[in-house]
Design a protein around this ligand. Structure first.
Ligand code: FES
Ligand code: FE2
Length: 348
């Protein structure tokens, strides 16, 4: 198993998850404490005091400092110990790992590598997540017991919709009539489905009069490590896309460890913006799709290879069969591997 890409942004949580008490979350195999500075800006440090390993999240806050609740060492948001209550001297090795953190798109993001290289401009564009007068999103989170790249496989290959999502999104086999294409633009990948002249799928009900057909698209954008945007759209067949709708979703995967993944998702709508019932309908639909349908399949598939991975193997050693439709996931795996290799080479 290759290591994680370090110099990139990982979504750590929703903004509203990091309140006064902070948030403890395992990311990249480390238990982290996320909290807010007096300015409101997010900070992230290892949730482990170097003295006797107490979780710093069990301590208290003094301004921007975190005070260990066990014997009182105090740490700054850069991880440096700034106060030892038992003497002036601060022993060597008292600094703890700290991560650059940023808040954007109603989410907290964490830079996995050298904080000096963190550039907020590299956070993928999810500007559609915060509500606007035209659009509202519902949000969800689930912890998946599988490596995050197996989640990427699932999202970059939406052909599984017809099989896995019989209780939610399946659409009378329309995806089989679709054209699939994968393209790379810099370090961004796109895995797109185009389904012209089909009976309106569930999401496009009411777009055209009874008996008419629509052009339907599903467009997935991928950025390392596994931050994806899906556009679901349709328009009357043969017409300009602008005559239909295009609604974005976020599917953002962050490794908790090599074997567990935080799955953050959103689903937007452009109608009934103030409707609590519409919120609930969407939450129920998407929880059905992700928690009840996707998650057990991905976890079960991953459990089938986990033993070999633990023994030192990797995805490719399992000799996965290619069906063509899976090239989105394959390209994402290859691109991530090359980014990790590039990073390793840069660090000698
Ligand atoms: S464990 Fe933190 S000061 Fe002792
Ligand atoms: Fe799915």
């Amino acid at each position: 198993m290759t290591g994680f890409l370090r110099n990139c942004w990982y979504m750590a949580g929703w903004s509203n998850e990091v309140g006064d008490a902070g948030l403890v979350r395992e990311i990249l195999g480390q238990r982290l404490f996320l909290y807010r500075l007096e300015s409101g800006a997010p900070a992230a440090i290892l949730d482990r005091c170097p003295h006797r390993f107490a979780p710093l999240s069990l301590g208290t806050r003094e301004g921007d400092l975190v005070v260990c609740g066990y014997h009182g060492l105090k740490f700054g948001p850069d991880g440096r110990c700034v106060h030892n209550p038992f003497g002036q001297k601060i022993p060597a090795g008292t600094t703890i790992p700290a991560f650059a953190a940023a808040e954007r798109h109603d989410a907290i993001w964490l830079w996995g590598g050298d904080p000096a290289q963190a550039d907020e401009g590299l956070i993928p564009d999810f500007a559609f997540i915060p509500d606007t007068p035209q659009q509202r999103s519902v949000r969800g989170y689930t912890l998946m017991k599988a490596n995050y790249e197996y989640g990427t496989d699932n999202l970059m290959d939406l052909s599984h919709i017809e099989w896995v999502h019989k209780g939610s999104f399946a659409g009378d086999g329309v995806i089989f009539a679709g054209q699939h294409s994968v393209r790379q633009d810099g370090d961004t990948l796109h895995s797109d489905w185009w389904m012209p002249n089909i009976k309106p799928p569930m999401v496009a009900q009411g777009l055209v009069p009874e008996g008419q057909t629509v052009d339907h698209w599903l467009r997935m954008r991928w950025n390392a490590p596994a931050s994806m945007r899906l556009d679901v759209g349709a328009c009357p067949h043969g017409r300009d896309e602008a005559e239909g709708f295009d609604i974005p979703q976020a599917h953002i995967l962050t490794p908790a460890s090599a074997h567990e993944t935080h799955y953050f998702w959103t689903a937007s709508r452009n109608h009934d913006l103030a409707s609590v019932e519409a919120d609930q309908y969407m939450l129920d639909l998407f929880r059905q799709a992700f928690d009840v349908e996707d998650k057990p399949m991905i976890e079960a598939a991953y459990a089938n290879v986990r033993g070999n991975l633990d023994a030192g193997g990797d995805f490719w050693a399992e000799r996965p069969v290619s069906l063509g439709i899976d090239q989105g996931g394959t390209r994402a795996r290859r691109l991530l591997e090359s980014l990790i290799a590039r990073e390793a080479a840069a660090h000698g």
